[in-house]
Design a protein around this ligand. Sequence first.
Ligand code: NAG
Ligand code: NAG
Ligand code: NAG
Ligand code: NAG
Ligand code: NAG
Ligand code: NAG
Ligand code: NAG
Ligand code: NAG
Ligand code: NAG
Ligand code: CU
Length: 656
Amino acid sequence: MVFPVLARASQRPAFSKGTAMPFSHRIFFVVTFFFSLILADLTQQGQYDYGFNVDLRLRKRDPSQSSIVTGLPRVNGQPPLRLDIRDLQKDKDMWTLYILALNWMQYTDQESPFSWYQITGIHGAPALTWQGVDPTPGNEHSGYCTHVSILFPTWHRPYLALYEQVLYNIVQYIASLYPLDLQDRAQKAADSFRIPYWDWAAAPPDGESVLPLTVGGSSTLDIEGPNGVQTISNPLFSYVFRPFNGSTFPDFPFNTWRETKRAPRPVSSPNATSNNSFVAHALDTHLPSFQQRLYNIFTNYPNYTTFSNEAWVPNDNNGTYDSLESIHDSIHTVGGGVYGHLAIIAYSGFDPLFWLHHANVDRIFAMWQVLYNNSYVVPQTAIYSSHTTSPGETEDSQTALTPFFSNETHFWTSDEVRDLEVFNYTYADVANKTRTDVIALINSRYGNFTPASMFLYTDRAQRHRSIHAGHLNQHPSQAQPHRANGLSWNSQTSTRPSLSAVFKGNKYREWIANVRVSKHAMGGSFSVHLFLGEVPADPTSWPVASNLIGTLGVFAHRSKHRMSMGRMIAGTIPMTSALMQMASLGEVPSLHAEDIVPFLKSNLEFRVSLTDGRTAEPHDVDGLCISIVSSMVTAPDSETRLAEWGEVESHFDLFV
Ligand SMILES: *[C@@H]1O[C@H](CO)[C@@H](O)[C@H](O)[C@H]1NC(C)=O
Ligand SMILES: *[C@@H]1O[C@H](CO)[C@@H](O)[C@H](O)[C@H]1NC(C)=O
Ligand SMILES: *[C@@H]1O[C@H](CO)[C@@H](O)[C@H](O)[C@H]1NC(C)=O
Ligand SMILES: *[C@@H]1O[C@H](CO)[C@@H](O)[C@H](O)[C@H]1NC(C)=O
Ligand SMILES: *[C@@H]1O[C@H](CO)[C@@H](O)[C@H](O)[C@H]1NC(C)=O
Ligand SMILES: *[C@@H]1O[C@H](CO)[C@@H](O)[C@H](O)[C@H]1NC(C)=O
Ligand SMILES: *[C@@H]1O[C@H](CO)[C@@H](O)[C@H](O)[C@H]1NC(C)=O
Ligand SMILES: *[C@@H]1O[C@H](CO)[C@@H](O)[C@H](O)[C@H]1NC(C)=O
Ligand SMILES: *[C@@H]1O[C@H](CO)[C@@H](O)[C@H](O)[C@H]1NC(C)=O
Ligand SMILES: [Cu+2]
């Protein structure tokens, strides 16, 4: 069981009354009394009921929202931190406000520009025009989001700031509803409130999945707000459309589902329910792949143009196939699963997980900026439409990031959002951090699956092994998370091959599958899965297969027509951790090219699957090309240095 805590969640709400008791000393019978009143109220089921007077008070003092993205006030002159969701959860006061504000926003009338529906709808479907920011001719059917674009990281920055601002204003209002004796405490938490992020590349705490239990564990939760403990719908589990308009999602089965779903089962049924256990299992399986990709782009992508987006540049270096956007795509496709909203560009914004995911993408962007702060947006040609961009237009650091107003007449630009502190938030991983600090953090948090850390953390690795062995004896069922899947090798927990099988001096070989393909080859999102050995027969099991090396998820729009070739995107599937595992099991003598190339030629397999569960013949996938490359990498000799990549050598093509 790879999502072990989930199993318990079905019997137990994610929030036990014993642990979520902020702001209140109410005794239990008072709570019961409030519960009986709630039943008589008109509040919709699942919505937190603030009591009888709140409607009146609300009419007088609606949370004051503005369509200008201002950023939020600092606290004691400092920008508050966006926290990892697992840390935010530990701050019960702030967590309560966060959950209540999400719940409020999701129940806000969809006609409001600040409702969940409209804010998250800015991204893609229903291609709404937000606050009068009209589409340019021909782009009426596109959302505002920018993909395969130099603006991918920068456009999402003010987008997150807008979302944060909307939630913050609701949080302020909710804090004001607490009884007087609790208001100071509530207000203090409210002032420092910032949205959390979800770190899908860090090893989760022992016994937990990469997918936090709070996100996927239960569709309802108990929360103690200003009007006592109530059971509400879990706003991180799904968004329920109120009302549902089938024409937002013209295609079956999306046009039958009133709420967002992840890995819905039974597949393609109006009655499908999310299988978050499956998503958790799939994310855990992909952890080595996500973490290696992140480590690689931090170490080997100093230029913003290649780092930022997944456009494939012909004749470019074979060492820069990956990008922040391409990694981000794979979290979308694995997190959404077959038929999940998250896996489709235009539908993804509605899933609450989108916001946790994108806050993490913004954090990674911020960390990268500390490492390579001399490189930024340079003029590039737009490849795809957005609501206000046509293909062929030039995008640069002055391009308006629509529809995010910076004042009544202007929009934010990439230049203006270069420093995230302009919105008065930050992340612990960058606040007051030098480049050296950030490098040390990357090595320790994202280096688990690279041989580079075999060099760095010898003592630490031994320590972890013995700790882990102790765990094995006590909780056999919880031994999995750090090992993620059958093929993953982890520098801190796995048996190691001999140094000479991996290193030549202080250099080792990093192995990568470069993939390029036409983004709209399949008329929707699709995934390229890479395996060692026999591929399981059932395609739905591929994302959790024990011999899966990794997946390149291509996150696309749904369309009836496959678009023409030529718009190529690129990404990578790192293979080093899987090959290290093979070497430690003695399946291959070493990581050196003379051993690995024949091993891969006889064992490497790949498959292509679509988000509707079907599979595709590789020859039907426009432009698909998978080539195997490697680079001799110099392992860092101290935690404060990054691995250094050498020339990238190409070995053979798995498919052209
Ligand atoms: C953000 O912080 C700056 C610097 O302290 C301040 O001038 C600005 O007013 C803050 N923004 C908001 C919306 O409070
Ligand atoms: C449903 O959405 C479509 C397209 O976005 C819109 O034209 C239509 O008016 C909506 N229907 C209702 C009942 O809101
Ligand atoms: C969905 O559930 C309803 C009610 O339980 C049932 O009548 C219907 O046959 C189900 N549909 C499918 C496609 O399973
Ligand atoms: C949901 O996913 C779990 C974990 O992979 C799996 O064991 C279970 O069979 C799935 N349930 C359904 C209904 O598919
Ligand atoms: C990149 O890889 C291809 C094989 O996929 C090879 O033909 C080409 O020469 C390589 N380019 C460089 C610059 O190494
Ligand atoms: C880059 O970092 C240096 C050193 O910290 C700093 O002086 C400089 O202002 C930064 N440049 C940008 C564009 O942030
Ligand atoms: C990054 O690459 C782009 C496109 O090749 C180039 O124009 C730009 O000068 C490079 N930036 C730096 C800092 O090298
Ligand atoms: C809006 O912002 C732009 C760009 O920063 C500035 O040039 C302009 O004067 C501002 N307009 C108003 C009304 O503040
Ligand atoms: C950054 O430094 C300032 C000034 O020393 C300090 O007040 C603040 O708490 C620091 N922020 C973080 C996140 O450490
Ligand atoms: Cu995204």
